[in-house]
Design a protein around this ligand. Structure first.
Ligand code: CP
Ligand code: NVA
Length: 299
């Protein structure tokens, strides 16, 4: 036992860890804006960032986060490594643990992430798998607190695919006791555990949006599902977050999207280009929450 702490799903942080990360992310955000000297708690360390899928936000925000914490980021496109030629993930985990102080990975199967974490002796962080995107939801939660002043007592609506981001939102709501209604077409339900009380799945987007304070959506075809794009477009017709549908939500409701977005498909451009758009704060908060997370996990 190494006693290391991983973030494979939000369950690894538990409610207390999530709230500690959010509080610290707020402090780090304020400090960065103040122009004061930043703490360098990871000085002299190195953090690996492995990507098996494309990324803009996660890659850049983690690389900058590692740098600003005083550590050195080692960014690896898996295709350019021996992983891409079939070196077992177990062996990769053992070798990288001899050099690095943490490993951040974006991959496909959650089983790959689990195997990496099992065989690594340093913390492993999920930077998106087919089953979850916990780092995204940490940033989303920070954004909700900034714009609504609280996490509790709000109604959350997820509109669209029961995908990786939806699963991590379900975990967050289960841990933090938040009320979430997901509207997913039949056949596109999330895999995370839904209790039917605090978290419910419905088929009608308007039912989910009714009385919501926070409306969350994401692409209809995630990375790796490109071949299903056309079928999914048909299945998700009517699942767009747009001003007409948003009338059912509470006044002042905010719309979150992890990005990249498809204007006119899952989301109307007004929630990206309009004055009230919060998605850019949401994207920025990836940086602050991941800095807080690295500080929390890496010793
Ligand atoms: N939201 C998010 O994870 O974006 P990237 O795919 O650009 O990293
Ligand atoms: N659900 C999307 C999120 C992208 C950040 C995907 O997995 O492609």
């Amino acid at each position: 036992m190494t006693g290391k702490r991983d973030l494979l799903t939000l369950d690894d942080l538990r409610a207390q860890g999530i709230l500690a990360v959010l509080d610290r992310a707020d402090e780090l955000k304020a400090l960065r804006r103040s122009g004061e000297a930043m703490p360098k708690p990871l000085a002299g360390k190195s953090v690996g960032l492995i990507f098996e899928k494309p990324s803009t936000r996660t890659r850049v925000s983690f690389e900058v986060a590692v740098f600003e914490l005083g550590a050195h980021p080692v960014v690896l496109n898996a295709r350019d490594t021996q992983m891409g030629r079939g070196e077992p993930i177990e062996d990769t985990a053992r070798v990288l643990s001899r050099y690095l102080h943490a490993i951040v990975i974006r991959t496909f199967a959650d089983a790959v992430l689990a195997k990496l974490a099992k065989h690594a002796t340093v913390p492993v962080i999920n930077a998106l798998t087919d089953g979850g995107h916990p780092c995204q939801v940490l940033a989303d939660l920070q954004t909700v607190r900034e714009h609504k002043g609280t996490l509790t007592g709000l109604r959350y609506a997820w509109i669209g695919d029961g995908n990786n981001v939806a699963n991590s939102w379900i975990e967050a709501c289960n841990l933090l006791d938040l009320e979430l209604v997901l509207a997913c077409p039949k056949g596109y339900d999330p895999t995370a555990s839904v209790d039917g009380k605090r978290v419910r799945v419905v088929r009608d987007p308007r039912e989910a949006m009714a009385g919501a304070d926070v409306v969350i959506t994401d692409v209809w075809a995630s990375m790796g599902q490109e071949a299903e794009s056309n079928t999914r477009k048909e299945a998700f017709a009517g699942f767009i977050v747009e001003p007409g549908a948003m009338r059912a939500a509470n006044k002042g409701a905010i719309v979150l999207h992890c990005l990249p977005a498809h204007r006119g498909e899952e989301i109307d451009g007004v929630y990206l280009d309009g004055a009230g758009a919060v998605v850019w704060d949401e994207a920025e908060n990836r940086l602050h929450t991941q800095k807080a997370l690295l500080e929390y996990l890496v010793r």
